[in-house]
Design a protein around this ligand. Structure first.
Ligand code: SAM
Length: 475
């Protein structure tokens, strides 16, 4: 690995020779492979990672694996049973479990794609909490929506907005994560592009953008609320300098996180800055590069909670001419009384009643890609159940006939190929399951069946795996 000279000079000066030598060795060694089980789908103790060596010390649902399996060919990945995530990022789990211990909260993940930390957060927040998971880049926001739908928790709104649009909406949050775009020094080992794109000028550009993002986020944070600031870079300009800026310019105190010395997480590397911050260095800590700081908003001059500041905006499709009076069956959900069914054009969505006001505001003021549980869409005389419904933890799978697929059939289904259903399968919409876990729907029309797996999510690789690629198994 050839690192930029300027980076080496800067890192040596910041870290000192001893730490730099460890980091340089770490960057040349193999990255650990890890996954995190989805606690909403893998009930505690019921599923195990097949090839796990041990648990991630700071996140009990995280596991290191012995080797890198071919994740694409594991149906459970597509069912949202686990998320492939490097271990350092799971530190957010520890932070939220330490600081968010009361009742339900509203959290915003401002820079969320592809969704790793949003899914950590969704697992760690107290019951009844709401997460708004936002990403301004359109294509990345679609990947985020896909990962959130696979994760399956109904109390998540995925938006595709710039931070200033969110702050202008007037929505307020108790916790905000800004996992900001950065110069990516912590990604050098995994991503050679990050090495080519690194330059001192880019570090400076990132630092400015990060401040802009945080300043917008700050306006959406209620007084006393928490801001978690993180980067995947090591330099102090994007890390300690920015934390210092948040304290001085915006009015924050930095909070300590309870860690164990054995985890070898490093603290501040900036002379004269001795606040508690957490830096994960490959070669020292078991994971990729990460910097995280937890801040509390001390200023109480914030805007009024939840008040929209802009005019109403239209979002979603206009009501079209109805071709059908079909409606989704409330029995498709396990607790239908917790939801209000909304209709937008031909699409039906179940919105959790507890957060209906926020969902309504978000859909008026922001660009919402997914929210609550998408139930289905009217097509002709039919209502076609949504793929997101099959993946939702609120889905009542008993509401549909089901067909249990073997491994080869499950892979064919996920490639959106034709799958032959047993002759006694009832006509209509049928849930495909693998090891009792829903993968999606097919429509049985008698002489054949239509595979309803979303075309944009299908497995595109033409490789046929030898044997099963089961990353997790039921105990
Ligand atoms: C470090 S990544 C986030 C990773 C994500 N939190 C996760 O754990 O999967 C930073 C994200 O910020 C997004 N981004 C880029 N410009 C932004 C901006 N001006 N405001 C907010 N986010 C931005 C990038 O597209 C990228 O998805």
């Amino acid at each position: 690995m050839t690192l930029p000279d300027d980076f080496i000079t800067q890192a040596k000066a910041t870290m000192g020779d001893e730490l730099w030598t460890l980091l340089a060795q770490g960057l040349c060694s193999e990255a650990p492979v890890s996954i995190r089980l989805n606690p909403w789908k893998c009930r505690e103790g019921m599923w195990t990672a097949v090839d796990a060596t041990d648990c991630v010390a700071w996140c009990s649902s995280g596991y290191y694996l012995n080797s890198r399996p071919n994740f694409t060919f594991d149906p459970m990945l597509h069912a949202g049973m686990y998320y492939v995530q490097e271990a350092s990022s799971m530190f957010l789990d520890l932070v939220l479990r330490q600081y968010v211990t009361g009742g339900a909260v509203r959290m915003l993940d401002m820079c969320a794609a592809p969704g790793g930390k949003s899914t950590v957060a969704r697992a760690a927040l107290p019951a009844g909490s709401l997460l708004v998971s936002n990403e301004p880049m359109r294509t990345r926001a679609q990947i985020l929506a896909e990962n959130i739908q696979k994760f399956g928790h109904p109390d998540v709104i995925v938006t595709n907005n710039y931070p200033q649009e969110i702050s202008r909406s007037g929505l307020m949050f108790d916790i905000i994560l800004t996992d900001v775009p950065c110069s990516g020094e912590g990604m050098f080992r995994k991503d050679p592009v990050a090495i080519n794109e690194w330059s001192p000028q880019n570090v400076e550009k990132c630092r400015r953008l990060q401040r802009e993002i945080v300043a917008e986020a700050w306006q959406c944070l209620r007084p006393g609320g928490l801001l978690v600031y993180s980067t995947c870079t090591f330099n102090t300009k994007e890390d300690e300098d920015n934390v210092s800026y948040i304290c001085k310019e915006l009015g924050a105190e930095v909070l300590p996180v309870d860690i164990d010395g054995d985890w070898k997480i490093t603290g501040s590397l900036l002379n004269g800055f001795d606040k508690p911050v957490y830096r994960f260095l490959p070669g020292l800590t078991r994971g990729e590069g990460l910097f995280m700081a937890v801040l509390r908003k001390t200023d109480d001059g914030a805007t009024e909670q939840g008040r929209p500041k802009t005019k109403k905006q239209k979002n979603g499709r206009e009501r079209g001419k109805k071709q059908s009076t079909a409606k989704p069956d409330k029995g498709w959900l396990t607790s239908p009384d917790d939801y209000e069914i909304t209709e937008n054009g031909d699409t039906f969505t179940a919105i959790p009643k507890a957060w209906k006001d926020v969902y309504d505001l978000a859909s008026r003021l922001l660009k919402v890609l997914s929210a609550g549980v998408e139930l289905g869409e009217i097509k002709g005389k039919d209502i076609v159940p949504a793929h997101a419904l099959a993946l939702s933890t609120a889905f009542n799978a008993q509401a549909f006939p089901s067909v249990s697929l073997n491994y080869a059939q499950a892979i064919s289904y996920l490639r959106k190929e034709a799958v032959t259903l047993p002759p006694d399968t009832p006509r209509g919409y049928v849930v495909m399951t693998y090891q009792n876990v829903p993968l999606g729907f097919m429509k049985n029309i008698g002489n054949r069946a239509n595979n309803l797996y979303p075309a944009e999510w299908k497995i595109k690789s033409t490789h046929i795996p030898e044997g099963k690629n089961n990353v997790i198994i039921k105990n």
